[in-house]
Design a binder for this molecule. Structure first.
Ligand SMILES: [Zn+2]
Ligand SMILES: [Zn+2]
Length: 304
């Protein structure tokens, strides 16, 4: 069973799952949260994380706590439940568990001192669904932080990273259209991906399409679009500044504060023919900050 794998992840915690599994739910923030990824039939992956509060927990105790919670839920439904947890032979910051009831579970607990989080990932499958080959691969592929301080995000085959300080504010998650809005102070960072790109561009140039689609969302900034190839694809670059005298005064007044007012906007959009998708990254920012370009460069729009 050599299934193709794709990364999926939220708030910096990513792992590899079969390509046909999709992110179906997210909750919480960087400190405490959850995401769920469903397989095409009955299997699912659940990942939870919470703050370690500055010290390494006893992973066996944590694991038993978690399993006893699951046991209670199952026994209430009058289901049998058995489980096992043990420390990882190799990684002392990790423990592995399995449980058996009407469904099967296998999972992993990880403590990371650098992100100060405890992560519990588990794969739940039907009893006749053989996950023994793929589950260890999935659980073994967990990455919980990057060395450069940026945060990884991965969903529906879209992988990117955002610089430190950006917090997710809003998301639209559909395989045909993805929108993720981040914020740092008063600055916004928007990442979008559209499917069926050839159809979207059947009557418009990429510039015309972008003006119609994204234009209405760009409020308070005057901008120009120019042709600009991205990743070898046809694309556009957006450059603009805050409109209005009042806004300009506001920008100057706040330029020495902790969260300077973003007087500028920059962005990119491009048409990736091999994947039949359009990608867009734009950011409001202060002078000299090339965040849109740097985030753009973390996106791999198609496979070679
Ligand atoms: Zn970490
Ligand atoms: Zn591409």
């Amino acid at each position: 069973m050599a299934k193709k794998l794709a990364a999926v992840g939220w708030q910096g915690i990513t792992l590899k799952v079969p390509e046909d599994w999709s992110l179906v739910g997210v909750d919480g923030d960087a400190k405490k949260g959850y995401f769920r990824v469903d397989g095409p039939v009955a299997s699912a992956l659940e990942v939870r994380w919470s703050s370690a509060l500055g010290k390494k927990p006893d992973l066996l105790v944590k694991g038993r706590e978690y399993l006893s919670g699951l046991e209670k839920t199952h026994r209430k439904k009058r289901l049998k439940f058995s489980s096992k947890v043990k420390l990882d032979d190799v990684d002392s910051n990790s423990a592995n568990f399995v449980w058996r009831s009407d469904t099967l579970g296998q999972g992993r607990l990880i403590y990371c001192s650098q992100c100060d989080r405890v992560i519990i990932a588990q794969i739940v499958s039907a009893r006749d669904d053989d996950m023994s080959g793929i589950a260890p691969v999935m659980l073994g592929s967990i990455v919980d932080h990057r060395e450069d301080g940026w945060t990884n995000w991965a969903l529906f085959g879209l992988e990117f990273a955002v610089p430190p300080g950006y917090v997710i504010k809003k998301q639209t998650l559909a395989s045909g259209y993805l929108l993720l809005t981040f914020q740092r102070g008063k600055s916004a960072l928007i990442i979008e991906r559209w499917g069926l790109a050839a159809t979207l561009l059947s009557t418009d140039t990429i510039e015309q399409w972008y003006k119609k689609d994204a234009g209405p969302d760009i409020k308070g900034y005057h901008y120009d679009l120019t042709e600009h190839a991205v990743a070898g694809h046809e694309g556009i670059e957006l450059q603009g500044r805050r409109s209005g005298i009042k806004q300009a005064a506001k920008a100057v007044a706040s330029s020495f504060t902790l969260h300077p007012f973003p007087g500028l906007i920059s962005g990119y959009a491009w048409y990736c023919e091999p994947s039949n998708r359009l990608f867009g990254v734009r950011a409001t920012h202060v002078d000299g900050d090339d965040v849109a370009e740097r985030v753009r460069d973390t996106i791999k729009c198609h496979k070679d």
